[in-house]
Design a protein around this ligand. Structure first.
Ligand code: SF4
Length: 315
């Protein structure tokens, strides 16, 4: 090693990116796991308000982990989620993740009832709210911000997917990148943490398009990023397109290289919520390698090390 050798920042030395698990360990002093909850919300892109078809990649459960019954009450879902966790993974604290459909789609009074119930559990140290950028306003953001305190954290996970409006139209997202920018303008000044969901491999997007999304997110200043690969889920509109042979999906090697490039442009303090895998892989039709989450994670880290690079090296 020469005197001029540049090394990754300490928190990136081992994994070359800044995973949510590491951040939570620093923040709460113990392991923290997400428990997914279906609080019974609908989605304006499915109930006819924006459209009735939904995003083309969305299955009939609104991206909810199907192993969990949405018929159970919120308190029951939390209890079952904690009790059924592998004892080896059993955490000391939990984050409730409102994942199914659009979890800010309701009146302020209704949202307050739901969030109060979720945060009532003594081992729940925070809340993650999955939603569409066009489904927040100042009142909702103020309500959500009111739950943040010294011992409790709240994230909003915005389904941004891409910055390119032509792609958002193609996947029937029913919103534009301007909606995401507006949502971030409301969220950024508050103590709420923001996470942008990004899908790599969307139809007709080039590598340059995906890197433009990485650059723009760095400029906008999100706290977290969750990377997904476009995949075909059972009962999603994409399933029919895939059956015609007209949809091409990313190969694993291409995905790994694209993720590494994306990470290089993502500032080193941005918390990475996910790099690989999918919460409900048993319902994936393609690509099947997506279910091998740990192998793909290992391959991404190995590639970062092979390149002698890390998250934010080019940011
Ligand atoms: S992905 Fe989200 S916004 Fe799109 S249809 Fe499904 S629940 Fe609605």
């Amino acid at each position: 090693m020469t005197e001029n050798t540049i090394l990754p920042p300490n928190h990136l030395r081992e994994k070359r990116h800044y995973p949510l698990s590491d951040y939570w360990k620093e923040r709460f002093g113990c392991k923290v796991y997400k428990i997914t909850i279906d609080a019974g919300f609908d989605c304006p892109n499915r109930d006819g308000t924006k459209s009735s078809g939904g995003c083309t990649f969305c299955d009939e459960v609104g991206s909810f982990a199907r192993h969990q019954s949405n018929l159970l009450k919120i308190e029951e879902q939390l209890r079952v989620g904690i009790e059924t966790m592998n004892p080896k993974l059993r955490a000391q604290k939990y984050f409730a993740y409102l994942q199914a459909f659009t979890n800010t789609y309701g009146t302020i009074d209704h949202l307050k009832i739901v969030y109060d119930r979720v945060l009532d559990h003594p081992d729940v140290v925070g809340l993650s709210i999955g939603t569409r950028p066009d489904c927040v306003d100042r009142d909702k953001i103020d309500l959500i911000a009111s739950y943040v305190n010294e011992n409790r954290e709240v994230w909003i996970e915005y389904g941004m997917q891409t910055i390119h409006d032509r792609t958002l139209k193609k996947i029937n997202r029913g919103e534009t990148h301007a909606d995401f920018c507006n949502a971030m303008a409301l969220t950024r000044p508050t103590p709420i943490k923001s996470c942008a969901h990004v899908i790599l491999g969307l139809p007709n997007e080039t590598h340059t398009d995906m890197m433009a999304t990485a650059h723009k997110l760095a400029d906008i200043g999100v706290d977290g990023v969750k990377l997904h690969l476009l995949c075909v889920m059972q009962d999603s509109p994409l399933e029919k397109v895939y059956a015609t042979g007209k949809l091409s999906l990313m190969e694993r090697e291409d995905y790994i290289n694209t993720v590494c490039d994306f990470l290089e442009y993502t500032p080193s303090n941005v918390i990475i919520h996910r790099l690989a895998g999918n919460g409900h892989h048993e319902h994936i039709i393609a690509p099947l390698w997506l279910s091998e989450k740990m192998q793909t994670m290992d391959m991404i880290i190995a590639e970062m090390k092979r390149r002698n690079t890390w998250q934010g090296k080019k940011a």
